[in-house]
Design a protein around this ligand. Sequence first.
Ligand code: HEM
Length: 342
Amino acid sequence: MATSNKLMTMFMSLIFLIHIPYFASSDLRTGFYSNTCPKAESIVRNVMKKALIREPRSVASIMRFQFHDCFVNGCDASMLLDDTPTMLGEKLALSNINSLRSFEVIDEVKEALEKACPGIVSCADIIIMASRDAVALTGGPFWKVRLGRLDSLIANQEDSNNIMPSPRANASALINLFQKYNLSVKDLVALSGSHSIGKARCFSIMFRLYNQSGTGKPDPAIDPDYRRELNKLCPLDVDQNVTGNLDATPVVFDNQYFKDLVGGRGFLNSDQTLFTFPETKEFVKLYSMNQSEFFKAFAEGMLKMGDLKSDKLGEVRRNCRVVNHRHSHLLLETLNREGSYM
Ligand code: HEM
């Protein structure tokens, strides 16, 4: 009887605790896995190296995950969840559908980590480590990442639709969006420098080539020679999945992107607008002339973005695409990790 009372009390306190807001990543720190999975960072790095050799673009595609994950309810790997019969995932959200790619590289990283240290390294942390590696492996800066995130139990397609910016966005809309996350104008410009690597679809630029702001004309900020190149790549009847490079050196992380913006050769409207608006223009000019200033600001921006927290309960997923089944363990896992209850 006493035992069943005790069990009931424990059960009730767990129910109670579930309703308490929980800040899953309040204790992010470097070296989080140094005891529990000492090889975690080198395992991630090795898979990323292989991915880079297999398909250079894939590391850019992975780096983009950090942005699309962290802006939607914090860095919690919610964007990696597949749809289920009861949940629309973020993979099919407006900015992600037919666009986010290379999920299989994250699967490969996760598989290698599960082999080495099962149930320890979260998918949310994998995104953060892999994004850092994507930059470092393509010639950009290296920074120490803070780890210890948990993976979400749900995804939210609607939030992704409402939050993620369109390639049509202008600098003032982007400044406002980034401000909501405590990211400054400097962070916005530096982080946009992520477009130093990777590609985008004609779909994302058709309006600026043929009908900017409903004028029936192209965006006047595009350099005429570059516009001719883009018209060739993306004629009106093109398959809109055809892709073009986001800057002139799409597999090297460097400040070419900013040089291109100064020359009117930015691929997306949301890129070129940074050189049109006075508030952002000075940073574009600075980074186009000084690569190390860009690298420093980029690393700082990625760290700030990586600190965006989820306020929901989490777990360490065993497969990044689906939540674990043993939900009774979640709370204890969460609390254990946080050290706030045990
Ligand atoms: C500032 C607002 C941003 C906007 C409006 C934006 C928009 C876009 C768009 C429209 C594409 C191409 C999608 C397609 O055509 O399929 C793209 C690609 C990309 N974005 Fe952004 N982005 C922004 C910021 C960022 C940030 C902060 C990061 C990472 C830190 C990032 C990383 C990337 C990368 C690496 C690619 C190329 C991916 C690939 O080749 O697969 N972007 N972005």
